[in-house]
Design a protein around this ligand. Structure first.
Ligand code: KG4
Ligand code: ZN
Length: 336
């Protein structure tokens, strides 16, 4: 089996995942998504930690079985150190530390945001360094200049909500189930994106802001439903298309500015919101216009998964970047 063989654990939010990688090739990637949060319309941290405790051992066992790897074959154990929910990180982190200690294998502490970006290296086509990555998920929105697997610089980020939160919170205002992003995306395909214009969060530099959009949707819906209680149901597709269009414009405005100023033409998209059909189309159109090469990983590697943690662990293994047993999960871990 190719060297090194790495077991990776991801537990930063509400997905429990384990992956096995050998020599940079992914052999298994098992993800248990927690359904318990749907009824609350958002992730409940305490329930997430408890569900990780239930899922972790079965998920790890299944990943090793699918990869046909014995515990004794492992060369290292990688885990997500942060950022994320503290309780969730603790469950995965404690498991990884105990497992590595019991097997007498080295431990690798991985930054979750770095892992989202390095998901681009799991399968071809792979971007060439340096590239600009827009990471858009339920918890984060960042523009990152990536010079090498270990050399990344955050040049812009959200000052309030993440792009995924903007999708989920506005979808909730429209009465769509949680998480609302995929539902809003589906509805938007039938709608007119310009009938209901909402404000594009225009920040200086390369930062993002989505709280103005959420407030403006809230007030607009209040006003309209006071006159017509069926307003949302009668205009759902156009409302979704208008909201989605605004989120995409907010993201692409800053992406274009950063790429132009920094002279970068290799553009990568990462995180769960990369699944959005409108964003993918708009980005492909921009690529044609600007002469960019655009990279979007397979969907299973865009949402939270341990394969991206294994990929990052692989690069850290090569760089000799190991952690000690004293390493602690860090909910606010920074990328640069
Ligand atoms: O990366 P991810 O799985 O988890 C975090 O690390 O947060 O991202 C989840 C986010 C959720 O906000 C979800 O609504 C959003 O990605 N999402 C989408 C779509 N699919 C997932 N947002 C818009 N359109 C989609 N098709
Ligand atoms: Zn994530």
């Amino acid at each position: 089996m190719s060297f090194p063989v790495i077991l990776a654990i991801e537990s930063s939010c509400d997905d429990t995942s384990a992956a096995v990688m050998a020599g940079g090739e992914i052999l298994a990637n098992v993800v248990a998504t927690q359904q318990v949060h749907e009824q609350y319309g958002g992730v409940v941290p305490e329930l997430a930690s408890r569900a990780h405790q239930q899922h972790l051992i079965p998920v790890v066992t299944e990943a090793l079985r699918r990869a046909k790897v014995e515990k004794s074959d492992l060369d290292a154990v990688a885990f997500t150190q942060g950022p994320g929910l503290l309780g969730s990180l603790l469950v995965g982190g404690m498991f990884a530390k105990s497992f590595a200690l019991a097997l007498n294998k080295p431990l690798i502490a991985v930054n979750h945001m770095r892992a989202h970006i390095l998901a681009h290296f799991i399968r071809p086509p792979r971007p060439v360094f340096p590239f600009l990555c827009l990471t858009v998920s339920g918890g984060h929105t960042q523009l990152v200049v990536v010079r090498s697997p270990m050399d990344m610089e955050v040049v812009g980020q959200t000052i309030d909500d993440a792009a995924g939160e903007a999708f989920d919170k506005t979808a909730k205002l429209l009465g769509l189930p949680y998480p609302g992003g995929p539902h809003l995306d589906r509805q938007a395909r039938e709608g007119n994106p310009t009938r209901f214009p909402f404000p594009v969060g225009a920040m200086p530099g390369y930062d993002f802001s989505f709280s103005g959009l959420k407030t403006s949707v809230l007030y607009f819906l209040r006003q309209q439903t006071a006159q017509n209680p069926d307003f949302i149901a009668q205009n759902l597709s156009d409302l979704c298309a208008g909201i989605q269009h605004t989120i995409i414009q907010t993201l692409l405005r800053q992406l274009v500015r950063a790429a132009t100023d920094l002279g970068l033409t290799q553009i990568a998209l990462a995180g769960g919101v990369a699944a959005n059909s409108g964003l993918r189309t708009a980005l492909q159109n921009l690529a044609g216009e600007k002469g960019w090469e655009v990279f979007i990983p397979d969907f299973e590697f865009c949402t939270d998964n341990a394969a991206m943690v294994a990929m990052t662990g692989h690069f850290q293994f090569e760089a000799g970047d190991f952690a000690t047993q004293l390493v602690s999960p860090d909910p606010r871990l920074k990328l640069s």
